[in-house]
Design a protein around this ligand. Structure first.
Ligand code: ZN
Length: 300
């Protein structure tokens, strides 16, 4: 099934549900960054969570940045996801591998670390972005994001994310988020309904692994609570806005002396985009042109 995001409501509109399938885009991230198994799971979970968080924003162009800084060997994770369904991200140490945890699962919590912080920045495209920080709960990412939603955004929420990866790549990746809507957040019965669902939501990852489509997963997990699946299917994909022009722009900011030095010592410059792993080569001719531009600007 193609990567996609589907929205639904439940409990007569008091509960919002969003599901996302990110199998292909997680596989693309795995290949671009040469991620280990556990790094694939950590980044895939965070990218799914980013898309789920971005899906509730209203204004076109809105984006969510998630940064996870734990004390584990993976280092930091950074993900940038948009309401438009694009996402990109990276981990500091993509080759770190750990033995499976006590439950025989990829040890994401051990790789991320259980002590540290989760930072979420919501940017609606103008004014100051809204940012917030919480301590990590387990480093397993799903719990950490759910805890952020409850403590920082004060929205009763349940979130499950999962990634399955085998020797030849990612076989399934995705997530599901259910939230009591802000207007109904004081409705105790609704909050209890949500809490009673948390255990059932654990059934998400087996359904995901078995290749079930999102509407079917929604039906199985929420079908008994007046579920309404919205007809619009949003495609989601790995996308990075970097370009050769942007790399040249960044090189130009280094200034004339530094550029001259790169021409003489390295016969050019190589830059790698952190977010997508794309490698850009600027030749000495490109750098000489930047110097000319700088000189023309300082005269003008
Ligand atoms: Zn890039």
């Amino acid at each position: 099934m193609a990567d996609q995001l589907i929205r639904a409501t439940a409990a007569e509109g008091g509960i919002r549900a969003v599901g996302v399938i990110t199998t292909r885009l997680t596989e693309e991230a795995r290949r671009r960054h040469k991620l280990s198994y556990v790094a694939t799971a950590a980044l895939g979970r965070t990218m799914s969570a980013g898309l789920l968080l971005a899906s509730s924003m209203k204004r076109e162009g809105s984006r969510v940045n998630i940064r996870i800084n734990g004390d584990g060997p993976l280092g930091g994770i950074l993900v940038d996801a948009g309401l438009d369904g694009t996402v990109r991200g990276y981990v500091d140490n993509p080759s770190v591998e750990l033995p499976p945890n006590a439950r025989g699962k990829l040890d994401v919590g051990g790789a991320v670390g259980r002590d540290g912080y989760l930072y979420v920045v919501r940017d609606v495209g103008y004014g100051y972005p809204y940012s917030s920080t919480v301590e990590l709960v387990s480093g397993e990412i799903g719990d950490d994001i759910a805890n952020y939603l409850v403590t920082s955004e004060q929205t009763p929420s349940a979130l499950v994310v999962g990634v399955f990866v085998e020797a030849n790549g990612v076989t399934a990746s995705g997530g599901i988020l259910i939230q009591v809507l802000p207007k109904a957040a004081r409705d105790e019965a609704l909050v209890q309904t949500l809490e009673s669902r948390v255990a059932k939501l654990a059934g998400f990852t087996p359904l995901l692994q078995s290749g079930k489509a999102l509407p079917e997963i929604f039906e199985q997990l929420l079908g008994d609570m007046s579920l309404v699946i919205l007809p619009e299917i949003q495609m989601v994909r790995f996308h990075c806005g970097c370009s050769f022009d942007r790399v040249l722009g960044a090189l130009k900011m280094l200034g004339e002396a530094e550029l001259q030095d790169m021409i003489e010592k390295d016969d050019g410059a190589e830059a790698t985009c952190h977010f997508c792993g794309e490698v850009y080569q600027a030749s000495s001719d490109h750098l000489a042109q930047l110097i000319q531009d700088l000189q023309a600007e300082s005269v003008g």
